[in-house]
Design a protein around this ligand. Structure first.
Ligand code: M6R
Length: 364
């Protein structure tokens, strides 16, 4: 049931503050200001390496997780799309935690990768939305997301709930490795607790985003730029736009622009810049200015501080609430999803059932 929404995708975007809060509540002990995971039969502190495997949107959760786990826990992480992992003869040493991420828990390549890891004797965990799925049954440690059924082919609420679990896992691993002091853990818990309200604030810009969608809908190509954990979010933004609006889109690490993609820039190319204020902001802004100098039409997504500093000259700006840069991808996902949604609606595509795509990819 779509309720009073026009599409399942729109409904699922709007459900995010509630389902992310639900997911967080099972991984946060707010009173004790601690993060917590379900009981497990292995020692998290013995993990020396994490190998993340997933497909599509779920793989971008893995890529964001790499930034979080390495920064917080100082444990090396590698991320692969499952179709590559399966056939590249990955080196899986002892004390590796194999982590699969999947909404459906049935994606053929991810499931095969999970079975391969298990056959190699690797301890596995899974961030999975469907609790009765094959992957949920086969992982050593199930880390459920509580997004509820996701109907739209374009993943939205599953993505942000996966991120919420990933944040909790990163913090737990950091603590198990003796890298997270109680005060820092309490701060992290507080930042995560603020996410649902921040998502609501992000949703309040819906009408504005709808207003700019018509301009973007006329473009042939769209670029998304981000740095740090917002780089995989740029990839996710581009995927979302491609799959439901059929506009060609690419995500890049902002610093990579001058290594090639800037050649694409002219007045016809909208560039969506995802840049919360924080340590990486200045660098991203200088990449953005290079784009503007070549006529590129920038849509800057940032907070009040960032927009005051760099919003001038942009085609449009979208103001996000101020959040800790580490967890920004959870909140900045909302405008990125809304933009793809409204562009698709403006183009009149089948938003919930885009051409050539299936919700669950159970063939290779
Ligand atoms: O069910 P899964 O999370 O394993 O699915 C993985 C991808 O097929 C999925 O995320 C796909 O990329 C979405 N259509 C993206 O919106």
């Amino acid at each position: 049931d779509k309720g009073n929404h026009r599409h399942f995708m729109q409904k699922e975007i709007y459900e995010q503050p509630v389902v992310v809060a639900q997911t967080l509540s099972s991984y946060l002990r707010t009173l004790e200001a601690r993060v917590a995971l379900p009981d497990m039969e292995f020692d998290l502190g013995s993990v020396e390496r994490v190998a993340i495997v997933a497909c599509g949107t779920a793989s971008y959760v893995g890529a964001i997780g790499k930034y979080w786990i390495e920064q917080l826990a100082r444990v090396p992480v590698e991320v692969d799309v499952a179709s590559e992992f399966r056939y590249r003869e990955p080196v899986l040493g002892p004390n590796t935690l194999g982590l699969v991420i999947s909404q459906s828990g049935e994606t053929a390549d991810t499931l095969a990768a999970l079975r391969h890891m298990k056959a190699c004797g690797v301890t596995t965990a899974g961030i999975i939305n469907v609790p009765t799925s094959s992957m949920a049954r086969e992982v050593d440690l199930l880390l459920p997301t509580h997004a509820g059924p996701e109907i739209g082919v374009a993943s939205t609420k599953a993505f942000t709930c996966q991120l919420a679990v990933m944040a909790a896992l990163s913090a737990n691993l950091a603590r198990a490795k003796g890298r997270l002091e109680a005060a820092e853990e309490a701060r992290l818990v507080r930042h995560l607790t603020e996410v649902p309200a921040a998502m609501n604030a992000a949703l309040s810009h819906d009408a504005e985003i709808e207003g700019m969608a018509h301009t973007i809908a006329g473009a042939r190509d769209v670029l998304y730029l981000g740095r740090g954990p917002d780089y995989p979010l740029a990839l996710e933004g581009a995927l979302k736009l491609k799959e439901i609006s059929y506009i060609h889109a690419e995500g890049y690490a902002a610093g990579e622009m001058k290594h090639g993609p800037i050649a694409l820039i002219d007045e016809s190319v909208p560039v969506i810049v995802i840049a919360p204020s924080g340590p990486l902001f200045e660098k991203t802004v200088s990449n953005m200015q290079e784009v503007q100098a070549r006529g590129g039409k920038v849509v800057l997504i940032s907070d009040a501080e960032g927009l005051a500093q760099a919003g001038e000259g942009a085609l449009a700006t979208i103001e996000m609430p101020k959040v800790h840069p580490l967890i920004a991808p959870l909140v900045y996902a909302v405008p990125v999803q809304l933009l793809a949604y409204h562009v698709a609606v403006a183009k009149g595509t089948d938003v919930d059932q885009p051409r050539n795509l299936a919700k669950s990819v159970t063939v290779e």
